[in-house]
Design a protein around this ligand. Structure first.
Ligand SMILES: Cc1ncc(COP(=O)(O)O)c(C=O)c1O
Length: 376
């Protein structure tokens, strides 16, 4: 071999015995295809690192198959466009993640996909179903008021009428809720949140039956929103601590919900684990834990919620959620800023509402941080 050839081939090609407990990172985007049934390629969603993570997520969500994407929105858009064609009708909740809402507003109208936005109770969703409805798309618990949707009864109705049900399970994570066990067909995650859990990785997933996932894969390889090997390996590592993290976060959130409820400076707390939350009984019947997201309102209009956030020393005012570090944001100026004040008021999203993503810190330190920021 000459130098140029050595640069490419020198030292490589030998079989490497792998005995380590971690999956090697297969950085290859090219795989031998002769004498092999499988032809891995990142955009075919079938490389070793993608497969390992999908298998783990399937075990966690109790599904047959799945696909990994480069973001939650890639998973959502690819799934919806693979299930819906021009002229079809879809029922969606009116309390959706802002990016999903934007997708519906901008792209569905342009492409002639019809839709109805319904309130989050099962009766409103069933009432919005028409003869041409193909899909019901839900989020539970919702952002930011943590409304829990009765997934079991919607799934039962949808099965009877031949519709596909999809649930964005990002807020609950597979630790606190498994929609497929309630009869839901497809489960979506923004893996950027709890699955990855360290605020350093963008990814998404859809999980369900082999037949539905194959249907989504057919479009996914045209859209091309796949996850690369390094990020898949990072996600695999993150998933090993998912239950530990989410159980601790959920425990902390329950403690903080009670603590916030006991403060004179707080007028309302939204957490499905509280018996006072309107969704408490549905949450108790379908969730394994009440989650680590909560909302609260400051009682006194004189308390400037922006100043309150600036005064926090541990809880970070950031846009994302689900990380090991606690974070906070005001939906009125972030996720719900595109709505008018009247629309926000209709949805119950007041200007002073704050959304807290509870991390794994010691809960006493989080309580102390809230108290010192209120005092200031
Ligand atoms: C509930 C929910 N679904 C989907 C998404 C979109 O995920 P990504 O930002 O990974 O595309 C988000 C992001 O905030 C979310 O909160």
């Amino acid at each position: 071999m000459n130098k140029n050839t050595q640069c490419v081939h020198g030292g490589s090609g030998g079989a490497i015995e792998v005995t380590g407990i971690n999956t090697p990172v297969y950085t290859s985007t090219a795989y031998h295809y002769l004498d092999s049934d499988k032809q891995p390629y990142p955009r075919y969603f079938n490389t070793p690192n993608q497969d390992v993570v999908v298998a783990k997520l399937c075990a966690l969500e109790q599904t047959e198959a799945g696909l990994l994407f480069g973001s939650g929105m890639a998973a959502i858009s690819t799934t919806l466009f693979s299930l819906l064609s021009s002229g079809d009708h879809v029922v969606l909740q009116d309390q959706l993640y802002g990016g999903t809402f934007n997708l519906v507003m901008k792209e569905f109208e342009r492409l002639g996909i019809r839709y109805t936005l319904a309130a989050s109770d099962a009766d409103s969703i069933v009432a919005a179903v028409r003869d041409d409805t193909r899909v019901i798309y839900l989020e539970s618990p919702t952002n930011p008021l943590l409304t829990v949707v009765d997934l079991r009864s919607i799934a039962t109705m949808a099965k009877r009428r031949g519709m596909v049900t999809v649930v964005d399970n990002t807020f609950a994570s597979p630790i606190n809720q498994n929609p497929s066990l309630l009869g839901i067909d497809l489960v979506i995650h923004s893996g950027t949140k709890y699955l990855a859990g360290h605020s350093d990785l963008s990814c998404g997933a859809v999980l369900g039956s082999q037949a539905l996932v194959d249907r989504i894969r057919a479009l996914a390889l045209n859209f091309g929103g796949c996850l690369n090997a390094q990020d898949a390996a990072l996600l695999e590592r993150s998933l090993k601590t998912l239950a530990l993290r989410v159980e601790r976060q959920t425990h902390n959130a329950a403690a903080l919900a009670e603590f916030l409820g006991s403060l004179d400076a707080v007028s309302a707390v939204y957490y499905p684990g509280l018996p006072s939350h309107p969704s408490h009984s549905i949450a108790r019947s379908q969730m394994n834990g009440y989650g680590a997201m909560l909302g609260f309102e400051l009682a006194d209009d004189a308390i400037d919620s922006l100043r309150f956030q600036r005064n926090l020393k541990l809880i970070a005012p950031v846009l994302s959620l689900g990380g090991v570090e606690s974070s906070i944001c005001a939906p009125a100026i972030t996720s719900h800023r595109h709505l008018s004040p009247a629309q926000r008021a209709d949805m119950g999203v007041r200007d002073g509402l704050l959304r807290l993503s509870v991390g794994i810190e010691d809960v006493a330190d989080l309580q102390g941080d809230i108290l010192q920021a209120l005092e200031q």
